[in-house]
Design a protein around this ligand. Structure first.
Ligand SMILES: [Zn+2]
Length: 90
C-alpha cells in the first residue's frame, strides 16, 4: 500500500487540455474560458469567433470546391486602360 504516490498527483487531469487558448495560446488558468464545439477552449469571445470563422471558411471552401468552375479563362483579357488626357499646366 503506497499512498505515497498519490500525494503529488493532481486529480484535475482531465482539465489538462483547457490550460491555454487554442487560437492565441494564452494561459487560461485564471481567466474565463470560452468553449466551442465541446472541447476547444478560448480566452475570449474574439478568439472563439476567429476559430469559428476559420472553420466556416474551411467548410465553405470544401463545399463549393467543385461548383465554381472557370470556363476557359482567356489570358488575353482586353486591356482597357483609360487614359486621362488631363495636363495640368501651372
Ligand atoms: Zn485567445
Amino acid at each position: 500500500m503506497s499512498a505515497y504516490y498519490y500525494s503529488g498527483c493532481p486529480d484535475n487531469y482531465e482539465a489538462h487540455y483547457l490550460d491555454s487558448c487554442s487560437v492565441c495560446g494564452k494561459s487560461l488558468r485564471n481567466s474565463d474560458i470560452f468553449m466551442y464545439r465541446g472541447n476547444t477552449p478560448f480566452c475570449s469571445k474574439e478568439c472563439r469567433q476567429e476559430q469559428m470563422e476559420l472553420d466556416e471558411a474551411r467548410e465553405n471552401k470544401f463545399k463549393s470546391g467543385r461548383s465554381v468552375r472557370k470556363s476557359d479563362s482567356k489570358s488575353s483579357a482586353p486591356n482597357k486602360t483609360v487614359r486621362t488626357g488631363i495636363v495640368t499646366v501651372s
